[in-house]
Design a protein around this ligand. Structure first.
Ligand code: NAI
Length: 333
């Protein structure tokens, strides 16, 4: 089986090669974001292995199928970039990695919360410049604060467990209640009550048609003054213009983002020598109370090992004509 690996970074190659124990499986790496234009490179490949920002819309899938591609393997959990209906019509099975170390993303969520709260990034720079002033570094105790989790699936629960250890009061909103959350002492409430009571709001639900711009101007208007908002899920969950407005009115007191709606043009690449035209992104960077990381929640050795192993197992299963438990079906959405 020949697999074209898109959006391939050196770390993808390292972990996929390390986990590839199948003698007949050849991995070819492309440091390209898959789209309608460069789909041409897919000649004589059985499978395409894609990541979060690769375009797997109907036109791209059609072209892949026409070039003989038989399987699509996502090396991520989210699948908002895939037209599943088109894939089904084209008889192109799509497999993903539904769970890989949810703790990786949960721990990064905490890194953003703690970094924003105790301003460790600023303290680090100050101390290096022999500036030991504490002015502007004031934080608050997490102990006793209310955290609202939107989504209590694998990552939401892993985050809730850590927050429980900090002594936080836990609220959540999810159409499917998770017993583990109740056992942690958490309480399911309406989205409105979560907005009204949470000191910190953290998003852990998938991006779907229903959840697109879940956090908009209206939602922000119901939140507590000075709320800390964290998004390590998908950029499209928030209306970025509304976030900027919320930061300007001080309704949002701190913002931590690991994802950004227009991230596909920016993230995972070094643009340090270039001028970035995205004015909204540049505006976000001007706020002292905003911390942005470039979609690195998943980026731990443990998670990359699991992603590589599951991605390859998924493909071996499909190639062997077996049922793959990680195949996406319409009913999952
Ligand atoms: P999951 O499928 O285990 O849990 C998602 C939960 O969200 C489910 O309980 C579901 O019922 C709930 N949900 C769906 N729509 C909702 C809504 N409108 N409001 C509230 N809850 C809703 O998924 P998992 O593994 O916890 O991942 C969550 C998201 O994290 C993924 O969809 C992906 O977008 C993102 N992610 C980010 C990564 C990063 O590196 N920053 C890495 C991996 C995932």
């Amino acid at each position: 089986m020949r697999i074209a690996v898109f959006s391939a970074q050196p770390y993808d190659q390292r972990f996929l090669d390390q986990e590839n124990h199948h003698p007949d499986c050849e991995l070819v790496y492309f440091n390209l974001l898959l789209n309608e234009t460069n789909v041409e490179v897919c000649k004589q490949f059985d499978a395409v292995c894609a990541f979060v920002n690769d375009d797997l819309s109907a036109p791209v899938l059609k072209k892949l199928k026409a070039r003989g591609v038989r399987y699509i393997a996502l090396r991520c959990a989210g699948f908002n970039n895939v037209d599943l209906l088109a894939a089904k019509t084209l008889n192109l099975p799509v497999v993903r990695v539904p769970a890989y170390s949810p703790e990786a993303v949960a721990e990064h969520t905490l890194a953003l919360i703690l970094g924003l709260n105790r301003k460790t990034h600023k303290a680090f720079n100050r101390v290096r410049e022999q500036n030991f002033s504490l002015n502007g570094l004031l934080g608050f105790n997490l102990h006793g604060r209310t955290v609202g989790l939107v989504g209590t699936g694998q990552i939401g629960i892993a985050t809730a467990r850590i927050l429980k250890g900090f002594g936080c009061r836990l609220l959540a909103c999810d159409p499917y209640e998770n017993d583990d959350f109740i056992e942690l002492g958490g309480e399911y409430v309406s989205l409105n009550r979560l907005y009204q009571e949470a000191d910190i709001i953290t998003l852990h639900c998938p991006l779907t048609e229903q959840s697109q711009h879940l956090i908009d101007e209206e939602a922000i208007s119901h939140m507590k003054d000075g709320v800390m908002l964290i998004n390590t899920s998908r950029g499209g969950l928030v209306d970025t213009q509304a976030l900027v407005a919320g930061l300007k009115t001080r309704r949002i007191g701190a913002l931590g983002l690991d994802v950004y709606e227009q991230e596909s043009e920016l993230f995972f690449h070094d643009h340090s020598g270039e001028i970035i035209d995205d004015e909204l992104f540049q505006r976000l960077l001007t706020f002292p109370n905003v911390m942005i990381t470039g979609h690195q929640g998943f980026f731990t050795e443990d998670a990359l090992t699991q992603i590589a192993r599951t991605t390859l197992d998924n493909l071996y299963a499909l190639a062997d004509g077996q049922n793959c438990v990680n195949e996406l079906t319409q009913s999952i959405t």
